[in-house]
Design a protein around this ligand. Sequence first.
Ligand code: AMP
Length: 428
Amino acid sequence: MSQFKTVRGMRDFLPEEAKIMKYIEEKARRVAELYGYQEIITPVVESYELLAAKTGEEIRSRMFAFRDLGDRMVALRPEFTASVARLVATTLKNEPKPLRLFSVGSVYRYDEPQRGRYREFWQSNYELMGSDKPEADAEILMLTNSLMKSVGLRNYTFKVGHVGVLRGIMTEENLDEKTQNAVMQLMDKKMYDEALNLVKDSGTKEDCIITLQKLVELKGGDVFDTVKRMRECVGGYKKAEDAVENLYKILKLVSESESKIAFMVDAGFARGLEYYTGMIFEVIVPEIDIALGGGGRYDRLIELFGGEPTPAVGVAHGIDRIMLAMQTQKIPMEKREENRVVVIPTKEEFVGRAMEISRRLREASIPTEVEVMGRKIAKALEDADRRRIKYAIIVGEKELKEGAVVIRDLIKREQKIVKLEKIIEEII
Ligand code: AMP
């Protein structure tokens, strides 16, 4: 017995799950295409400084960070946004706006492993750079809905809020950014009392605490009714009023698109990432009480990285968690009619011919395996059956003499003799 196993929080994906992961990735790529997002590939390893700049304490403290052999402080990316913002602040700085960029790949966080929470996981990430308009935020919500819908998920809700409401109030009350960040982190962890105490300790007046308290309790119900109550609640704080108005416009546009998204407005909603400045959201399915995706607006990040001031909004979807949700809701992948083939030579001298047939089939885009264990036909067929392969091509002496092979349909359990040059049309 080998003592080797995967590192804690890291997983192998065996064929069945690898297939679902790739299936979701394909759907994500299709959504990118449908909405005009171009794919970019950025490095898994980035400078620690870049990744740590604005991700927030929660993620910062969970980064896989280390010194490389050249004594550079680097880390494995815990998300994509910093890398994309770096590109837009540098190489892509003169590109015409809007820029719609898509990435997919693995990200790393030293989270405590549990169901739906891993240390290596996969995200599909979309960033829309250059627009501060509510239609940009609405687009990100709509494309997220398109992805969830295209994999067949049901009953999911979009929890939505606006960072500008709480931050607007705190800014007008002269709370410094560091305290604001700490308050938002606590709110993200639903530690509302601690968050409000922190505001209180900064010498903020009682009225303001009452307003914040009311906001934190304001969630759910009819979407536009909740927004109206938010507006009443923040009366007098100009920045917060503007934020509510902005949230209203975004939700109205989505409603006019008839996307039929189930929203849950949460006035006290905060997200761990520090760079958000506007609308924020998460997608949740009731069966697994964790977010399948999340995102929002971050208008100052690119400037912070030394680029031109560039408003931006984006989202990251957790591919592993979408898979978990599909499995929990028992949603099958769409069936793709795949005529998988195994080619079985009956004698060693026919292996070369089996290789030749397999090459031709693959060149015609037909997934093909060759029997490489030297097993007898019955055993090889049994194995092909177990793996749900559709056709077996048996390369035997008698048929080869006639320039033919046997093609066996393993589902219908029928077989016929087919000329070598007709194999592909028989299978397609
Ligand atoms: P965030 O970048 O924190 O907004 O996360 C975006 C999405 O990534 C979340 O909504 C999850 O679907 C997924 N995600 C975050 N952390 C993990 C994790 N530790 N394991 C698996 N998926 C995760």
